[in-house]
Design a protein around this ligand. Structure first.
Ligand SMILES: *Cc1c(COP(=O)(O)O)cnc(C)c1O
Length: 369
């Protein structure tokens, strides 16, 4: 079976460096918030081009901590897409604030700035711009709206490590950039992890306090915080993998070009690139008529294509009928019916790419006949 993502292949590709990193931590005697974490924070901050990076326990926590550092809480509203990982929305609710949904642009699957503008109300405090599938949301339009209305933009970069907007890395452009290092992400740990990036000194200090019980330097709780620390083993693994991130993203780009070349002109709508941005292809997402039949046919041919995401957040039971904006999401609901993700990871080799392409072409011929 050709998998959609494959963190084990990534481990094998970097095995020696990862094994050494883990052994180094085990021997060090320091297991939480030590030199590996602070080195990883500096290295990732330098990679993004921001002064501050605060490593935390997950992407969900990164979003929650960023929002809380900015003072978002009960009574506030935060605009987000419903076509995203549930984590985006869960993080908003963890702060006590209410998510409000806005629809997406059908070409890029990211927030539609016009829809966002229509959702802004008295209580709106922030916009979570999710850079879905590895490509930037329309930061120019969203930032203009945010500035005009006194809101701040949080970038959800859980799928866009290394992607750029006009030469600047995503995660360095909003008030905060929030990352996840879940194993399947473009930069993945071998466990959970996350990070908040910001250029604001005071907000960075609040994030640092919030991740560990609200402590100041004297270990007095000055804020009501949480426990969201990254451990040394994960930080050491992430350091070993960060040096390969650009090359790995380049390999994803090569696979995307192979898919583009072989599948263009067929019945599928292929991913579009927003001009002025680099797409890092966390997922290669097509739109397919008769998506579910195609999915079955691909599985039968040994290709475990995926669907990101089959049920938009506003239609999942925990959220159904109670989130403002849920009644006006036609593009979100259409995307959920049509999207299909092809296998995509840096270690996916040429013969496997060809097998995916053949399976797509055969399946679509079968559908047509
Ligand atoms: C993975 C993901 C998250 C959450 O990350 P966790 O580390 O699983 O908490 C948030 N937003 C998006 C868009 C994601 O893909």
């Amino acid at each position: 079976m050709i998998l959609c993502s494959n963190p084990h292949a990534q481990y094998l590709a970097h095995r020696e460096a990862i094994d050494q990193a883990v052994a180094r931590v085990l021997a060090s005697g320091r297991y939480i918030l030590g030199d590996e974490v602070s080195s990883f924070e500096s290295e990732f901050a330098r990679y993004l081009g921001v002064p501050h990076a605060i490593a935390v326990a997950s992407g969900t926590d990164a979003l929650q901590i960023a929002l809380r550092a900015a003072g978002v809480g009960p009574g506030d509203e935060v605009i987000a897409p419903s076509h995203t990982a549930v984590a985006t929305v869960a993080a908003i609710e963890l702060t006590g604030a209410s998510p409000v949904f806005a629809d997406i642009e059908p070409r890029y699957f990211t927030l539609d700035p016009n829809a966002v503008e229509r959702r802004i109300g008295e209580r709106t405090r922030a916009i979570v711009a999710v850079h879905l599938y590895g490509q930037a949301a329309d930061l120019e339009a969203l930032s203009a709206i945010a500035e005009k209305r006194g809101l701040f933009v949080i970038e959800d970069c859980a799928q866009s490590h290394g992607a750029a907007w006009q030469g600047r890395r995503l995660g360095s452009l909003g008030r905060f950039g929030c990352f996840s290092f879940y194993p399947t992400k473009n930069l993945g740990a071998l466990g959970d992890g996350g990070l908040v990036a910001t250029s604001d000194d005071a907000l960075a200090a609040r994030c640092r306090a919030l991740r560990e019980y609200g402590w100041n330097e004297q270990r007095e709780s000055t804020l009501s915080g949480l426990n969201s620390r990254l451990d040394e083993v994960q930080a050491a693994i992430l350091r070993a993998k960060l040096v390969h991130l650009d090359r790995d993203n380049g390999l994803r780009g090569d696979i995307a070009r192979s898919y583009d070349a072989a599948l263009s002109g067929g019945p599928f709508r292929l991913p579009e690139r927003r001009s002025g941005t680099t797409h890092v292809f966390h997922q290669y997402v097509t739109r397919a008529p008769e998506r579910d039949a195609l999915l079955g046919s691909l599985h039968a041919r040994g290709v475990a294509a995926g669907v990101h995401y089959p049920v938009p957040v506003h239609l999942q039971r925990a959220y159904l009928g109670r989130i403002r904006g849920s009644d006006a999401l036609p593009e979100t609901e259409r995307a959920a019916r049509e999207v299909l993700s092809l296998p995509m990871y840096p270690e996916l080799e040429e013969p496997a790419v060809r097998a995916v392409i053949s399976a797509m072409l055969e399946s679509s011929r079968k559908e047509a006949s």
